[in-house]
Design a protein around this ligand. Sequence first.
Ligand code: SF4
Length: 311
Amino acid sequence: MPFEVREFPEFSWSFSRHKTLLTCARKYGYEYYASHNGWLYEADETAKHAYRLKKLTNVPLAFGQIVHELAEKAVRLFLKHGYVMTEAELIEEGRSMLNRAYLDSRDRKQLWMQKPARYKMLYDMYYKGELNRLEAEDYRGRLHVVFANLLNSRSFQDITTRPLSMQFQQAEEFRFMTVDGVKIFVVMDLLYRDLDAGKWVIVDWKTGKEAENDRSQLALYAYYIMQKYKARVEEIEIRNEYVLSGVNRTYQLMEEDIGLMLEKMKQSIHIMLRYQLDMISNEPVEMDEFPRTEYRQRCETCNHKEICLAQ
Ligand code: SF4
């Protein structure tokens, strides 16, 4: 399908969109509207600027992304070639990816300005000109821990020690479903059927600490499986693998959990729709009408402060 340039972005819902709106509606406006088309060469500077800031990352986020990419690679290599990556290989690749993010930020700022999706720019390097050394060292040290835990995790062990009783679903990058006419993005880390247990298993790798909404995020994924594969909720197991602590949490959801999650999602969509001027085109209201957060300490670490606080 040819790439279509739209004047306004398509409206869709995802957990990350919801979290952004909860953090600050103005930030939501920058990320989901002002930056639209900012990746196009011919876009105006305002959109390009907002898009660049949206693409800024930080050490914890870059670390999480690297661990996810390498977890996906480790699973793929096993499924395709029966090869189990070693801890040393994972650490080495992780270290070089972290280093690349640092070098991009330090030496390739011009390239990042032109192609912010292709190069990395770390928040501290952009706004302060240097990294927080202690934080960077801390995350470098975590590579050992997370990859050892990843290889020993229940999910990875399931895959590598019982491959015959596992059936894998294709890891499509953009899974989505439609609820009440709204496109809902569902990005799962790993999904398989445990044929012995007769269950679908949805796995989410977590590189941070346990959080309250980790479970409700997985309820959305469970709903997707119910819709797409006509599975019953009792046939679905959801699992968070906390690779920093080595702990996993496995849940069996009930119909009520799904109902609750759907209700929350619909409320969230309802709030988002207030920022639309036009329902069909998804043209947004003026940026001034996206209120700034009352919690001004959030501005200190916000990617968009350069634009927002200057206005
Ligand atoms: S700088 Fe503050 S008010 Fe502005 S978008 Fe960021 S968090 Fe919101």
